[in-house]
Design a protein around this ligand. Structure first.
Ligand code: EPU
Length: 346
């Protein structure tokens, strides 16, 4: 039997938005998925709700994959882990480090479930999920079959994957297969980590990442938020040259030919919006890329603030910010702003 219920999903999204779900389907096994009659669209797959903004008073039908379990095997060179989509990501990171399987430590404290990790290719402090992904097991609603997608087919890029694009709404991730090389070196390229040296242990790196995150990013249990609200925008070299001429201190990260990534947090901060508050919706005081809900904000309030941020940054820098979070209305996923397609970043 599927675990079918309905109710308010405030406790199921870290932005603490009040919204009502008529059909909430909790899945704890592959057998349950196979027996499931996929409801009429729209359907939205919800993990721990740490990257979703519900903007209407109702949600679409929600499917929550709660398949748990971690299986570990090893070869001479690698540890292989099969991890159920319903496991908590940070607990997995802690488990691997405690058991001398290294690599995931830079991704500590990222909120959310393991099944959500491939969807937006979570990343932090110089490491991405894709770096350790061997394959993703995905259940296809149309054929009722589970497929194993090798990493090359997952189309991972910055905060993006096939699960957010061509496969969106067509199935659900059931587990991920990770491959952690036994030969390990710490990744200390990110500014805050380079005070550690090459002899740092994975545990030290993990603890440092936890300290940095705690110092900048609000704990959703204390102040509701969904992490970075926008992606760091990527602009062309010519757009960047003009910006740099005007703002010599602008942080940037070269992405290869003609692609420069900017820091959205810096743009929002320089646009004067850090700490800006409209009712209970606000731009976080310590990291302008994070929008927060002081308690009473609706999804529409947060979306209105996000629109103001996009417009203000576009006016000042002629750069278009795009949401990193997924915006979900009663009828499924949608864009934040209808004019979003007019991107200024070329
Ligand atoms: N900055 C400001 N003001 C701010 C925020 C940032 O000037 O209010 C500047 C910083 O001084 C720095 C630059 O902007 O020069 C970048 O800031 P930071 O290092 O804090 O990282 P980020 O680019 O804002 C990204 C990820 C985070 C990830 C960190 C560390 C995205 C959208 N965000 O943030 O991921 O933890 O790098 O790797 O790529 C998330 O996805 O939810 C998330 C938190």
């Amino acid at each position: 039997m599927n675990n079918l219920s309905s109710g308010n999903i405030k406790a199921m999204n870290t932005m603490a938005i009040n919204a009502y779900c008529d059909q909430l389907i909790e899945i704890t096994s592959l057998n349950q998925l196979m027996a499931l009659t996929i409801p009429e669209q729209p359907v939205y797959i919800l993990g721990e709700g740490s990257n979703t903004l519900f903007v209407d008073s109702k949600t679409p039908t929600l499917i929550r994959p709660n398949i748990i379990g971690v299986k570990v095997s090893e070869t001479n060179t690698h540890f292989h882990l099969n991890v159920g989509a319903g496991e908590n990501w940070h607990q997995l990171v802690q488990y691997t480090v405690a058991n001398n399987m290294f690599g995931l430590e830079n991704l500590a404290l990222i909120p959310g479930s393991v099944g959500a990790a491939p969807v937006q290719n979570i990343g932090a402090y110089g490491v991405e999920f894709a770096n350790f992904c061997h394959s993703v097991e995905w259940f296809d609603f149309e054929t009722s079959e589970q497929l194993e997608l090798p990493v090359a087919q997952c189309q991972f890029s910055y905060r993006d994957s096939i699960f957010k694009q061509a496969l969106k709404g067509k199935g659900v991730i059931t587990s991920v297969n990770l491959s952690l090389p036994k030969k390990w070196q710490p990744v200390l390229t990110y500014a805050g980590l380079n005070e550690l040296n090459d002899t740092a242990t994975a545990e030290q790196v993990m603890n440092k990442v936890i300290d940095i995150r705690n110092s900048k990013l609000p704990d959703p249990k204390q102040l509701a938020n969904v992490g970075s609200f926008f992606k760091n925008p990527v602009v062309t070299q010519s757009v960047f040259n003009k910006l740099q001429a005007q703002y010599p201190d602008i942080p940037f990260y070269s992405q290869g030919e003609d692609q420069i990534k900017l820091a959205a947090g810096w743009l929002i901060d320089q646009a004067g919006l850090k700490g800006y508050r409209q009712g209970d919706a606000a731009v976080h005081q310590k990291q302008a890329l994070v929008l927060v809900n002081f308690g009473g904000a609706t999804g529409q309030d947060i979306a209105a603030l996000a629109e103001l941020v996009v417009e203000t940054v576009a006016k000042k820098f002629a750069v278009t910010l795009e949401p990193e979070v997924r915006i979900v209305g009663e009828h499924g996923e949608r864009l934040l702003i209808k004019s979003e397609s007019q991107c200024l970043n070329q």
